[in-house]
Ligand binder design. Structure first.
Ligand code: CDP
Length: 224
């Protein structure tokens, strides 16, 4: 009997572009492990802040990054990061302070390198738990982490619409500033990678955006 294909779906985009909600829906629909790499950068940021490490103090960042030990725990279909055996809670990583600092730490090449193998290793986590694949969201998934992914999507939306979405979630977030930092950094800047499918979500409902991604995925899985 043929082994069903293991598929990798990469979804990149700026803050509040709709990545997380649509990734979760695709994860449920196709039994894919959901991996939110933004939560990893947020978790590292919360840990650096807890340790009193300043993003401007590069030697201290490098030393702290080298000491981090990561693990993964499953929360339903989502991968949750553990640092030093402790699971990192959502409440601790969605704070205003983390929002303000995360892009500064994420721009440091050694921080990105510290996460590279861990992020790629999520494919093994998905395989070993019997998922059909993985849907990974972030800023550099289709360009750097999984450039050979079966599907690569890039979501974007007007800044005003994205700010409205974040406000509706009750969050204070420096979206414009994070986007500026994320797009202008030297290492793995936020950009639509060549060959990825770009989707403007400004005037589309969540259902419409999900269908644009789900249709080719369903086609691939049913053809297998
Ligand atoms: O959810 P939201 O779109 O606000 O952001 P996020 O996905 O939680 O990511 C938080 C921050 O982590 C981003 O602003 C980036 O600075 C950084 N990040 C990154 O550099 N590379 C990734 N693959 C994912 C996130």
């Amino acid at each position: 009997m043929d082994v069903p294909p293991f598929i990798i779906v990469a979804i990149d985009g700026g803050a509040a572009s709709g990545k997380s909600t649509s990734s979760r829906i695709l994860s449920d629909r196709f039994n894919l492990l959901h991996v939110d790499t933004g939560s990893f950068y947020r978790a590292i940021t919360a840990e650096f802040l807890r340790l009193g490490v300043d993003a401007a103090d590069l030697p201290a960042v490098h030393a702290a990054a080298a000491r981090l030990r990561f693990g993964t725990r499953l929360n339903g279909r989502s991968a949750q990061m553990e640092i030093g055996g402790r699971v990192v809670l959502d409440a601790d990583i969605r704070s205003r302070t983390v929002n303000d600092h995360v892009s500064h730490f994420a721009a440091i090449p050694e921080v990105r390198t510290a996460l590279l193998a861990y992020q790629r290793g999520q494919a093994d986590v998905a395989r070993s738990h019997g998922f059909r694949g993985l849907v990974m969201e972030g800023r550099d998934i289709g360009s750097m982490i999984f450039p050979q992914a079966d599907f690569r999507f890039f979501l974007h939306a007007d800044p005003a619409e994205r700010a409205r979405r974040r406000a509706r979630e009750g969050q204070q977030d420096s979206i414009a500033e994070r986007d500026r930092l994320d797009s202008s950094r030297k290492t793995s800047p936020l950009a639509c990678p060549p060959g990825a499918t770009s989707i403007d979500t400004t005037h589309q409902s969540l259902d419409q955006v999900v269908e644009l991604m789900a249709t080719p995925i369903a086609h691939r899985l049913s053809a297998a």
